[in-house]
Design a protein around this ligand. Structure first.
Ligand SMILES: Nc1ncnc2c1ncn2[C@@H]1O[C@H](COP(=O)(O)OP(=O)(O)OP(=O)(O)O)[C@@H](O)[C@H]1O
Length: 301
């Protein structure tokens, strides 16, 4: 199993107030996990601990990849800065150790992706909430993270901005990002989450894995013996899930990418056992899921 972060019996207290108690779970690469719960249940505290912005009072956190994990964090409230997105992202990139060329190229790529080219040299404090939230998300993914942590990303946005933000998050998810977010909006759960955890009074009271393969997904069952070649197939565009059992594998992939996947399997001397329209209703068990991480060149937590 490809775990990128593991929390073991984590707790957090402020004075005598217990905010988080005995939290244990791991995040699998490329999963999107939503943390739900009432106000004050400890969601933001949990995200701050995962991001390394706050230390736990007890328990242990293991970050994957030899203790290094590049984490992008988008707080719920983004400050009304007087800088322009261009100036702000440049300074954030430099703080994270990116070269001039890297930060300028990435900023330009993100301004295009987020549809903010025209606003690149306008001051952020004049922006709408939706535009400001886009800048918040851009700073979090500037140095491509292994894990993206989002605190209430749709909070306070109108319906149109929410739709745009959900589409951007879907793009980031398709690029292979692992995401953990807090949310109150059902649409984020429906459109994005692979797994939903519910916090109540600082404890996890529900943890549900949802299979994310919507209609439009294809399930390819195939045989391939070489593990490195299986990893290559996992990294193909559009892969939602790969379950493996010895040399037999079940690949859930977006239908527009299924031809490429079939070609990739056959090119590696694999054999196709079956091809189906994926069945969304059947949940996956955590133990069946195996995923590959995306690549990142930045140093992390
Ligand atoms: N720095 C702090 N000092 C003292 N208490 C704190 C601190 N930060 C959070 N708390 C308390 O911890 C509890 C959980 O807060 P947290 O912000 O994590 O909840 P939440 O689930 O994110 O709430 P919301 O949905 O309202 O954002 C609250 O009772 C809060 O008052």
């Amino acid at each position: 199993m490809n775990e990128i972060i593991q929390l073991n019996h984590v707790s957090k207290r402020y004075g005598t107030t217990i905010v988080l108690e005995d939290i244990s779970f791991s995040l699998l690469a490329r999963h999107t996990v939503a943390v739900n719960g009432a106000n004050g249940s400890g969601k933001s505290t949990l995200l701050r601990i995962i991001s390394g912005l706050s230390l736990p009072s007890g328990g242990e956190i293991r970050r994957g990849y030899h203790g290094k994990l590049n984490i992008g964090f988008a707080p719920e409230r983004f400050p009304r800065l007087r800088q322009t997105p261009h100036e702000y992202l440049y300074s954030m990139g430099k703080i994270q150790g990116m070269s001039d060329d890297e930060v300028l190229a990435r900023t330009s790529q993100l301004l295009t992706m987020f549809g903010l080219e025209e606003a690149a040299h306008r001051r952020i404090h004049t922006f709408s909430k939706g535009m400001m939230q886009k800048v918040n998300l851009m700073q979090a993914v500037l140095c491509p993270p292994d894990l993206l942590v989002l605190d209430e990303p749709l909070s306070g946005l109108d319906a149109a901005s929410q739709t745009e933000l959900v589409q951007l998050l879907q793009q980031l998810k398709q690029q292979g990002l692992t995401i953990i977010l807090t949310c109150h909006e059902q649409r984020l759960l429906d459109e994005l989450a692979d797994r939903v955890m519910v916090l109540q009074h600082g404890k996890i009271v529900a943890d549900t894995l949802i299979k994310q393969c919507e209609t439009g997904c294809i399930l390819i069952e195939f045989k391939l013996r070489n593990r490195e070649q299986v990893s290559e197939v996992k990294r193909l565009a559009g892969v939602v899930e790969l379950e493996s059992n010895e040399h037999t594998h079940r690949l859930h992939i977006q239908s527009e990418h299924s031809d490429d996947a079939l070609r990739a399997i056959l090119d590696r001397n694999g054999s196709i056992i079956a091809l189906h329209a994926a069945d969304r209703a059947q949940p996956l068990r955590d133990s069946d899921v195996e995923r590959e991480r995306g690549q990142s060149s930045c140093s992390g937590t």
